[in-house]
Ligand binder design. Sequence first.
Ligand code: NAD
Length: 521
Amino acid sequence: MAAFRVTYATLSADDDELQASYDTAVETARLGLGAFHPLRVGTHETVSADSFATRSPIDNDVVVGVFAEAAAADVDDAVTCAAEAFAEWSSTPWRERVAILDRVADLISDRSVEHAAHMAWENGKNRLEALGEVEEAADLIRYYTHAMVEHDGFDVPMERFSEAEATRDVMRPYGVWGVIAPFNYPAALVAGPAGAALVAGNTVVIKPSEIGSLCGDLTYDAFVDGGVPPGVINLVTGAGDQAGAALVGDNRLGGLTFTGSSGVGMSIIHAFSSSHPRPAICEMGGKNPVIVAASADLDLAVEGTARAAFGFAGQKCSAASRVFVDERVIDEFVARLVARAEAIPLTSPLHKGGYLSPVVDQAALDRFEAVIADARLTGEVLTGGERLTDGHHAAGNYVAPTVVRVPDDSTVWTTELFMPLIAVRSVKSLDEALERANAVPFGLTAGLFAGEQAEIDRFLDTIEAGVVYINREAGATTGAWPGVQPFGGWKRSGTAGKAGGGPYYIQQYMREQSRTIVTHE
Ligand code: NAD
């Protein structure tokens, strides 16, 4: 099939062949669901004593898979295998590692339709989001191999004191690198950190989300099929507080990349360096604001806000969940946003044109219902607020895209909810909007819609967020792409001053060594 790349920014796939092959892949994936998946430790496929099953949020009757539940001893084995594989992998010439990982990226792209269809069943992504994510997984790896080449393997000759003494500054891998990933980007946030760690010369132990275990498995397969030896890469499935905690607690790890909620991430940041300093790259939650100035083009503002709030049912770290609108245009903006939310197609996310995803599990449904009950009591639900149960929705975890007005002291303004719900509020000025936007502990993404350059400058100078967008219809706060819009959070949203998919990311997976050699005649 001719290569056709879906990205979050294009979010269109007007390619009949692609659509037809996706339809087939959804059916083929369905037939294979429910299988047992062992751990991938060294060269073995390990069957642990316990296992767990996951169900599709699209149809709760569908068992996605049964996965081996890693105990602490299994995680210990995986780290041992990775530690034993380190000497050979780290001394493999970096150009060979780059070639292997470029093959992995190409394999991920080649398998994107099949992988995306499995992802749809596993976490409920619609086809464009799922295809986009698998391509993102490949592009993150390509970006990191490119960075390695661009820096010529990070080996730099330094000034000399004398002819007899020569110093080189080299970047060396740490050793075993842990990768803990969330459910909402189960391919990209396994492949990206693992790819960066591996090309830098580390070996890897991956712990995917329980609800991302199938995608974790498929991503592991692409790495191994592309030429990364088993043992250099290992995969343990299981619970966060068991397999994840065992990985974090293993003192043999040289470093760790965690992507997930702020609560877990902050505890990892506190615990990980308790015995000695070790990098823990933690990318965490958001509470992302959109600001709409009176000078804004409201067509762009409504479209960009709706996409950012309701894409993947609001289950993106970058999702917009707060919008501050100049009081002169709020009535028109809200009326249009409500109409836009109500026009979202209700087709299944498995089908062409399907947009609305389910929320991931019963706990998310319960959270939605509690938030709505409170919003009805203290404020106003402008649209949505119900669970959807008609037709194909009956089998899954669907809720209507929701817009609310709630009082300033509502936790809706401060807590990451991870649901298709956005709160709106009027402001008197851009400065008031900025003050409110910054008044949360998070600082991941933010968007502005404005027509005046001075407003744009003021926003860029003042907003506390790692990823910012101006007048972006494709997603007011969402849709970063590796090599185009690097992605990392400020404040409680992340440790990365050096954002994923950006020019300073891969260096975090290596430590500097200054090598001086003296020649004696
Ligand atoms: P989560 O924190 O519940 O889980 C993330 C991962 O951590 C999972 O693999 C889980 O099993 C593991 N885990 C849980 N408890 C652990 C523990 N005690 N020790 C070690 N590991 C543990 O997050 P989630 O619900 O899977 O994902 C959604 C969250 O991820 C949201 O907060 C979202 O904002 C965040 N996220 C952030 C980014 C980013 O780039 N900043 C990207 C995607 C998702």
